[in-house]
Design a protein around this ligand. Structure first.
Ligand SMILES: [Ca+2]
Length: 265
């Protein structure tokens, strides 16, 4: 009887330990749902939206950047509706399939397309939507881009700085050119190359931030430049951060700027 009691106690203890050790099922642990896009290799992560702090928060970590990015402040609360974000930059194969030519400097079907202006990208999107009706593909807003890049993180990058080399095609890891998409690790929401490889055009006009909370912001109503995000293959660590902003013209193009698509589910 004593022995039986001992076994029962052991089983109870083991059961309790198993419950404590069991992984907790949570939406965050499952990650976003993936949906295929209309072109080979085109996949989207469906994000539930939510609230986050957009921009750079003054902190010890950010002060190390010597205030070089004053346009990232003030940080402000933004709430977003659900949207789907392409898991990679648009590749040269995908661009060629729609536009029939490849403008990239660093040739490679699975490398991101570059040397495409914001205006060129609008032509690509119009043609893609014409060829594949049903969903309306578009550029992300700047707020959507940063929310997706952060994937719940609040620091300068979506990963700790020592891990950046595993996640980003940037100056220390790029071999002085773009690299095929998905060459590095994705962020927590399954999105690749948000830090580096090529800057990514957003739909917004470039402008200064306000401090007010906002819902589904579309950027300023007036301005000249268009925003790109995420830094590129020759950027240093502080130039590929989650909050770093690029101010380009409608016709700016170079081997450092490409894009990825979004749609509203
Ligand atoms: Ca990128």
């Amino acid at each position: 009887m004593r022995r039986l009691s001992g076994i029962v106690i052991c089983l109870l203890f083991a059961g309790a330990a198993a419950v404590l050790a069991a992984p907790k099922a949570s939406p965050a642990a499952k990650g976003p749902k993936a949906e295929d896009g209309p072109l080979p290799g085109m996949q989207f992560q469906v994000l539930t939206g939510g609230a986050f702090l957009m921009g750079t928060v003054s902190s010890a970590a950010d002060s190390l950047r010597e205030g070089r990015h004053s346009d990232e402040s003030p940080s402000h609360r933004v709430t977003l509706s659900p949207f789907a974000m392409m898991s990679t930059e648009v590749t040269q194969a995908q661009w060629s399939a729609v536009m029939g030519q490849n403008p990239a400097r660093f040739k490679g079907e699975q490398r991101p397309v570059e040397q495409v202006s914001w205006r060129d990208v609008q032509a690509f999107i119009a043609k893609l939507n014409q060829l594949h009706p049903g969903r309306i593909y578009r550029l992300p807003t700047e707020a959507e881009w940063e929310f997706a890049c952060r994937a719940g993180s609040t620091g300068p990058w979506s990963c700790p700085e020592p891990e950046l080399s595993s996640h980003a095609v940037f100056r220390p890891t790029s071999s002085s050119s773009t690299q095929p998409v998905k060459s590095r690790l994705p962020n927590a929401w399954g999105l690749f190359d948000m830090h580096g490889n090529v800057w990514e055009w957003c739909s917004d006009l470039y402008g200064a931030y306000g401090s007010e909370a906002d819902v589904d912001p579309q950027g300023p109503s007036e301005g000249v430049g268009r925003v790109a995000r995420g830094g590129c293959w020759y950027g240093a660590a502080d130039e590929v951060g989650s909050a770093v902003r690029f101010d380009g013209t409608l016709v700016s193009k170079g081997s450092d700027v490409g894009f990825r698509l979004c749609f509203t589910p």
